[in-house]
Ligand binder design. Structure first.
Ligand code: IPM
Ligand code: MG
Length: 357
């Protein structure tokens, strides 16, 4: 089993370092190879997704990704910006299914900005389609408007689109995931306004016929955003398109108090995957040794479960993370009075020690 390690920018290298230590602390040894990506890819090879990095990712059984982006690269032309690396990897590796769990650990109930009774015990799964929608639709660009009230003016435009196959395959992933959990699926759309999502709703409803045991409901995205902060525990699995999923998953992440705790998996049709923390590169705290490595460590657990078929190792890592939280260890993002503030490396140490027990 070979794992491609892509640390990226900002806090990426620090958190990946701890995740790799956790991998090395398992009984089984995995082959790992590291390559630059994002701003680091641009600096090393003049491109955010260098050819050698892409090839390594393609050849590996799984990819462990840190985060990309830093202020110094913000002025580059769009194709050279760090974000293009993750978008390129999703597209090139055909990682269409993005799993973003939002789980509130009981120890962190006080870290949420919502009242404890609204969020305690929260355990929802957002499944975001990741290679279609307005993110990749063509044409896009800036042009001169040919008609309408602003004819002759410059206008920016993008294309929202979903092919039937794309909707069907993500719907299957979502119904199957719901079966592993509470058997309830909410499909989020904007069918009242958008043709693309009227079509989405129709296809999801058709696929539902193959999963009669799963309860399906449909919700408009604006209402879903409201329900997520009003009564998030009413959800079990949410499936939605690329852009709505981007937005709703950030909101869901924050219900748990810290985006620093949340892993994610991006899977292809054969369960090969890219695993990354849900948070970004946080350049403001990079190099200070205070970043929370737990989202990345939990991403390693997802990798072991979904791509490397090592569910018992995944369970061990998740149990170790619960153990360090129970010990009261907290990085600054989840710190509360009465707990022990630790840095990135100490948190990694604690997880490695908990694994050994
Ligand atoms: C995410 C991020 C990315 C996205 C950016 C960095 C391109 O926000 O993974 O949610 O929009 O998909
Ligand atoms: Mg996002």
């Amino acid at each position: 089993m070979k794992i491609a390690i892509l640390p990226g920018d900002g806090i990426g290298p620090e958190i990946i370092e701890q995740a790799v230590r956790v991998l090395n602390a398992l009984d089984e040894k995995f082959e790992m190879e590291t390559a630059p990506v994002g701003g680091a890819g641009y600096t090393a090879h003049g491109h955010p997704l260098p050819d050698a990095t892409l090839q390594l990712a393609k050849d590996a059984d799984a990819v462990l990704f840190g985060a990309v982006g830093d202020w110094q690269f913000d002025t580059l032309a769009r194709p050279m910006r760090p974000e293009q690396a993750i978008l390129g990897l999703r597209k090139e590796l055909k990682l269409f299914a993005n799993l973003r769990p939002a789980i509130l650990y009981p120890e962190l109930a006080g870290a949420s900005t919502l009242k404890p009774e609204v969020v305690s015990g929260l355990d929802i799964l957002i499944i975001r389609e990741l290679t279609g929608d307005i993110y990749f639709g063509q044409p896009r660009g800036v042009r001169i408007a040919v008609d309408g009230p602003f004819a002759g003016e410059r206008e920016g435009f993008d294309t929202m689109r979903y092919a039937e196959t794309e909707i069907r395959r993500i719907a299957h992933v979502a119904f199957k995931a719901a079966r592993q959990r509470g058997n309830r699926l909410t499909s989020v759309d904007k069918a009242n306004v958008l043709e693309t999502f009227q079509f989405w709703k129709e296809i999801v409803t058709e696929v539902h016929a193959e999963y009669p045991d799963v309860a399906l409901d449909h919700m408009y995205v604006d209402n879903a955003a409201m329900q997520l902060v009003r009564a998030p525990k009413k959800f079990d699995v949410i499936v939605t398109g690329n852009m709505f999923g981007d937005i709703l998953s950030d909101a869901a992440a924050m219900l748990t108090g810290s985006i620093g705790m949340l892993p994610s998996a991006s899977l292809d049709a054969n369960d090969k995957g890219l695993y990354e923390p849900s948070h970004g590169s946080a350049p403001d705290i990079a190099g200070k040794g205070v970043a929370n490595p737990l989202a990345t460590i939990l991403s390693v657990a997802m990798m072991l479960r979904f791509s490397l078929q090592r569910p018992e190792q995944a369970d061990r890592i998740e149990a170790a993370v619960k153990a360090v939280l129970a010990q009261g260890l907290r990085t600054p993002d989840i710190f509360e009075a009465g707990t022990t503030r630790v840095g990135t490396r100490d948190m990694g140490d604690a997880v490695v020690r908990a694994l050994a027990r």
